[in-house]
Design a protein around this ligand. Structure first.
Ligand code: ATP
Length: 365
């Protein structure tokens, strides 16, 4: 078992990189602690598989170091890193029994048969595979096969970490939640560092204690599901996490303060100072739909807005509205249902974040 440290890691597939856009992984430094349950979350093409392959040793990084505990492993081949990898599609031997599939990694390292039996039975038990041990793998269902794949990662006591690359893609939706719960249980029981790659925020937040959100080859935030929701560090996190995602308003800096067109936008003095000092013209305000307060009548600090649509989603509704040319969404409390073309909204200061050059400005009030 190991703590995995990435030190100034970068990777390009180009023989002659001209700039950051030629890098699949752009300069990242991170520590994945021993025993942690992590998710690596991001859209297609952001570099998740590249990063996983660098950790497992299938790919050597162009720059930086991969360190297991305090040993640099850049030059070590996958088989010497003791990393188990579970892929989208089950990797098992169809003609072998479930028992022999689970025993395979142990036989490979010449473990005595008596020890193999105990370990295989323990892993089969936790994955509910015991009744299937003598069955040929080719007769199993897709989810049973994927459980065998996971089991093969778990049988060795010497694995440094288990990397899951979208492991539930082929699993029936009804069984997904069951397997996710199983993975959580396994993590608690075996205390192994686990990194779970997915583009699905629900999968990431149900599995992981901490999520690394990747965007264009960078980890733009490494935090708990709650931190990603409440204080997105980057506009991409705001947009990607949550449904619907965060609202953004592009504002300008005027001598009087921040403004959207001719509409003054009041913000805390420390945030205004930060905007003034940044020298940037890329300034946005972000607020999640859940934190916008909507009322049918005007009140303190409310803005009158044009209602575009109210979408009833059963247990809640989403209001679409405009502030000038900017489109917004707000989650409506039960009982609030604006009638007619106008509504009144308040954007509470404590839930409104300032983004300069796409990163959240943090100030201590
Ligand atoms: N072997 C390769 N040669 C050249 N470019 C590659 C190679 N593999 C990946 N890339 C590029 O590197 C970037 C990151 O790809 P990667 O597969 O790591 O992303 P990903 O987040 O895992 O995406 P997906 O979820 O679609 O698998 C992409 O721009 C991709 O086109």
């Amino acid at each position: 078992m190991a703590q995995i440290t990435l030190n100034a890691l970068a990777h390009t597939y180009s023989p002659d990189p001209a700039g950051p856009k030629d890098y699949a992984i752009r300069q990242m430094s991170h520590v994945w602690q021993q025993g942690g349950a992590y998710a690596l979350l991001g859209p297609s093409g952001c570099g998740k598989s590249t990063l996983l392959n660098i950790i497992s040793g299938l790919l050597e990084p162009s720059d930086g170091e991969v360190i297991f505990d305090d040993r640099i492993v850049n030059a070590l081949p996958p088989e010497e890193r003791n990393i188990a990898q579970v892929f989208q599609f089950p990797v098992i031997y169809d003609t072998m029994t479930v028992f022999d599939n689970l025993a395979f990694p142990l036989r490979n390292i010449k473990t005595p048969e008596a020890q193999i039996k105990g370990k295989v039975e323990e892993v089969a038990d936790i994955l509910d595979l015991t009744p299937l041990l003598s069955r040929k793998a080719k007769n199993l269902t897709a989810d049973e096969k994927q459980k065998v794949s996971m089991g093969r990662g778990l049988v060795r006591d010497d694995v440094s970490a288990i990397l899951f690359d979208e492991p539930l893609t082929v699993i029936d939706p009804q069984l997904k939640w069951k397997l996710r719960r199983k993975l959580k249980e396994i993590h608690q029981r075996f205390n192994i560092t686990m990194i779970y790659v997915t583009h699905d925020q629900l999968e990431a937040s149900t599995f992981a204690d901490k999520i690394a959100v990747m965007y264009e080859g960078q980890v733009v935030q490494f935090g708990t599901p709650r931190e990603l929701f409440e204080t997105p560090a980057h506009t991409f996190v705001g947009y990607f996490i949550g449904s619907p995602g965060m609202n953004f308003l592009e504002v300008t800096l005027t001598p009087q303060g921040l403004a959207f067109g001719t509409l003054p936008i009041p913000v805390a003095p420390a945030l205004l100072e930060a905007a003034r000092h940044s020298g940037s013209s890329n300034i946005k305000l972000g607020i999640r739909p859940e934190f916008i307060e909507v009322s049918e009548a005007p009140g303190d600090e409310t803005l009158a807005v044009e209602v575009e649509d109210v979408q009833d989603l059963g247990t809640y509704a989403i209001l679409s509205f405009r502030i000038g040319s900017a489109a917004f969404k707000a989650r409506l409390d039960e009982g609030v249902s604006p009638q007619g073309p106008r509504a009144h909204v308040r954007l509470p200061a404590e839930a409104t974040h300032l983004y300069i050059d796409e990163y959240r400005v943090e100030v201590t009030q």
